[in-house]
Design a protein around this ligand. Structure first.
Ligand code: ADP
Length: 527
């Protein structure tokens, strides 16, 4: 071989090894290796096998019909991946080449094979074929071997890179699809990643969260509105037991509050510096609500059930005293109180049962055509006998249309609204129950208005929640479990309607019930 040719060869080798080390994509790297090796050795075709577990498998080829590649398998069949640096024997390999070429229908006459080695490990073989000309010389082998060493390193790098990338993608998929919220923070608490579960929980899309500090995005607060993220972030003030945990309320963009529990796991470098923090976020809203509800239920039961029971017991005990000789009127009055309190107990128990039934999702309506004006008139007549302080008015237009609904349940609705009007106007005053027709929208409205204590603006939606009572002196003195309006709302909604209140504290309240008319009234019914 000419010395200047050797020089050019060396330069070429150098150039290729640079190009190879810059490539991390395995398939394009293998292609480059083959193209270069074939050119270097003036061959016409080439093939690379790589070790897969304990066997070699073809991974790239040039100059061979792709469907024929597997026919060359005898060339590497006995190459033991455990037995390093084994070079196939020439005679044997020539024979195998001749057979494989025949089977594949290609005319490959010469082959040279060299292992790709990393240290003592053979990671694959490179085969170069000639269709004509001289056999591969010792010099060819030498050149290819220098080249193979470089190629092996490049292949190993690309494989490692591929593994790391695959691992990272696997991890990302796990995080992305985890049922729990997972976010990654840098050491300055800036959000680096934000998974789907977090998007669903908070309604904040990843692109809006990433790049912002977590204390701004989550902004957890106590029930009293004190910021936990700004004053008690566990990453800045770890607990004594080392646990990095925070729980607080997050307000979503739609105004809803959710309770989130965050567990933080910092990743530290060799110097003990935090590089990243993985935060696992759980939605505890339902759990906390259920706990709160249990507490409320217990206190409601203990308070609301105990009071009538002790009154009943007191009266019954007194009336039954053997040493007393009660006159008829005292007896009647005492028994009247007992009956009243028993009724109260009965109502409360029914409400509790109804509320739990509602929660289980079953509210059945018994439909017929109803005259709500008549229903209101009858109720007012009955209620007028129970109070002296209040006066009642019934205000329905002539020919108020019939509505399709459940008689018992709609009567419950009016009874509840009228009962509240009486309860929450302790100084008496006018209570009006009336109706309006909106023929354009095909709807009708009922209203109950009073001149009572009224409801502050902030409470006007919440009074329809289970067990919610406005905290004031009157409410504390007035019996009630905060279930009435919750049940009223459920019944109205089951009729396809809605309910709301207009009120000015100190002046009174008007509750409005809107129901659809005609065919639409059947919408939303469970029959
Ligand atoms: P309860 O009367 O048993 O407490 P409700 O669900 O019927 O339960 O009412 C919830 C709360 O709404 C009451 O505790 C009261 O604070 C408020 N509220 C209801 N109706 C009226 C009204 N007409 N005027 C003022 N406040 C009312």
């Amino acid at each position: 071989m000419m010395p200047d040719f050797r020089l050019r060869q060396r330069e070429y080798l150098l150039e290729i090894s640079r190009a190879m080390s810059a490539r991390l994509d395995l398939s394009s790297l293998l292609k480059l290796i083959l193209e270069s090796a074939v050119e270097l050795l003036a061959g016409q075709a080439g093939l690379i096998t790589l070790r897969v577990v304990d066997k070699f498998a073809p991974k790239a080829s040039i100059g061979l019909p792709i469907q024929a590649v597997h026919l060359f398998e005898p060339l590497w069949r006995d190459l033991d991946s455990q037995n390093q640096s084994e070079e196939p024997q020439d005679i044997d390999i020539s024979l195998r080449l001749a057979l494989a070429s025949k089977a594949a229908g290609v005319a490959m006459r010469q082959v040279v094979a060299l292992p790709l080695e990393i240290g003592k490990e053979t990671i694959g073989y490179i085969f170069i074929f000639r269709t004509r000309g001289a056999a591969f010389s010792a010099n060819d082998r030498q050149v290819l071997s220098a080249f193979a060493n470089q190629a092996a390193i490049a292949v190993q790098n690309a494989r490692l890179y591929q593994q790391v990338t695959a691992e990272r993608e696997r991890l990302n998929t796990i995080i992305e699809n985890s049922g729990d919220g997972v976010m990654m923070l840098n050491r300055y608490r800036i959000i680096q990643s934000w998974n789907k579960a977090l998007e669903n929980m908070t309604g904040i899309p990843a692109e809006q969260a990433i790049g912002r500090p977590c204390y701004e995005v989550l902004n957890l607060k106590t029930a009293q509105g004190v910021s936990i993220c700004h004053t008690a972030c566990p990453l800045l003030h770890p607990a004594e037991d080392g646990r990095l945990y925070a729980e607080g309320r997050h307000q979503r963009a739609d105004g809803m509050f959710i309770t989130l529990a965050d567990n933080y796991s910092p990743l530290v470098d060799e110097e003990g510096q935090t590089t990243q923090v993985i935060a696992n976020v759980r939605d505890m809203t339902r759990l906390r609500e259920a706990e709160e509800l249990k507490q409320t239920l217990l206190s409601v039961i203990s308070h609301e059930l105990k009071t009538p029971v002790s009154i009943i017991k007191g009266y019954a005990g007194t009336l039954a005293r053997e040493d007393a000789n009660w006159d008829k009127q005292t007896l009647a009055e005492g028994l009247g109180v007992i009956e009243e309190e028993a009724d109260r107990l009965d109502r409360l128990i029914n409400n509790l049962l109804e509320a739990s039934r509602l929660q289980a999702g079953g509210l059945k309506l018994n439909l017929s055509y109803l005259n709500l004006a008549d229903m209101a008139g009858a109720l007012v007549e009955k209620l007028q006998t129970t109070t002296e302080k209040h006066t009642f008015a019934v205000d329905f237009p002539e020919n108020f249309p019939l509505v399709r609904g459940d008689f018992e349940r709609l009567r419950e609705v009016l009874t509840n609204l009228l009962g509240n009007a009486i309860k929450y106007s302790p100084d008496g005053g006018l209570i009006i129950v009336g109706g309006r027709v909106d023929s354009v929208q095909h709807k009708l409205r009922l209203y109950v208005s009073d001149k009572g204590i009224g409801i502050p603006r902030a409470e006007q939606e919440r009074i329809f929640d289970r067990f919610h009572r406005v905290d004031n002196r009157l409410a504390r003195q007035t019996p009630g479990a905060g279930l009435g309006l919750y049940l009223v709302k459920a019944v109205v909604e089951a009729h396809g309607g809605k309910i709301w209140v207009e009120s000015t504290p100190g002046q009174g309240s008007t509750f409005w019930v809107e129901l659809p008319l005609g065919d639409e009234t059947t919408r939303g019914y469970t029959l």
